[in-house]
Write a protein that binds this ligand. Sequence first.
Ligand code: GLC
Length: 417
Amino acid sequence: MRILYLNPCGQMGGAETSLRELLASLRAVQPGWELWLVLGEDGPLASKARELGVKVVVEPFPAAVGRLGDAGRDPLAVLRSVPKAIAGTIRYRRRLARIYGDVKPDVIHTNGLKMHLLGSWTCARGTPVVWHIHDYLSPRPLMSRLLSWNRKNCAAAIANSESVASDLKALMPDLKVAKIYNAIDFDRFAPRGDRLDLDARSGLPAAAPGTVRVGLVATFARWKGHRTFLEALALLPEEAKVRGYVIGGPIYQTDGSQWSLSGLQQEADRLGLAGRVGFTGFVDDPAPAMRSLDIVVHASTQPEPFGMVIVEAMACEKAVIASDAGGASELFVDGESALAHPPGNAAVLAQQIARLASDENLRRRLGTTARAMAERVYHRKRLAGELLSLYRDISHTPIEMRPGSVQIEPSLPRIVH
Ligand code: GLC
């Protein structure tokens, strides 16, 4: 069995972390399979995939294709940028066709909007294409239309949550959609292990003993709620022994969709937060950063399709405050394994931070329940089992599953509100 994965981005965003776990899960149960990965951009994902024995081809997108994206942009501006990207797309399509010819995959698995399109435009006759959908399509008018026109070339789609699956089904009722939750690495995301000196990384003096550390761990995409987080910190009373941390950096090529570090620092200054919030910049491994926090905040202002950070922080036994919408709401039970706040509501977020900051027992209780819940659902055997049954449904090559190597049915009921 030979599977070709296509991913636009080389940096480790949520979809890339998810893909790495997927490759690791599959490797563990099907060591004899040949896995290939084409990246539209070089970056850390290339070496991380190679370490797993995946054959990686970096085939950079032409600049105009890399910048093209319609998240949060006015549809006219998007349409105007399309012609520039067309020539690049045609060239890229030719390069992909050459790779298909060399690899001769049994299944093509695409992991990003541009690759869903390019993958299905180029697909070799008869080779099933799987779209792995990590984001809502309905807010992206151009992309959803283009994908819908090409849906006949997609054998099945994977959605990372029930919520994303419903969004997709509403747009393309005849598409075969399977919900498959992501998996995470429980050895890396564990309560014990290295920690990051957040103060030193942020260029701040060491915080006073007893300070409660609260961090937002996210890429700099605008909808990840950095402003809400900073506003919530500003609403805490001056005497609260809390220090905030913004952990992450801008990693995407797409125009106009993300904060810059200086933009966020200006926001913090405007809110009078100088010295009360640190900016670590991009961290390669979020686990040590999470372990150094007392509270991990997820603050997306739009419904979060899944939210790797929520599950990773739960696995580190952290007290999590998450934005209660979209797929993220499927991942925790409010008051048991995390606390919730409505998306974009800085006042409620501030209340939840204050509540947790003053109650160490509650933090501990939430963290312990969170780890146990995460371990039951987001593990590799479940992911591998679901993925293999999907590949088996669509592929022309017979696929064997060694008994006991995978878990087809999650052993517990789905965790939903
Ligand atoms: C995308 C989604 C995010 C999800 C990740 C992995 O980045 O926006 O919610 O956690 O993919 O599926």
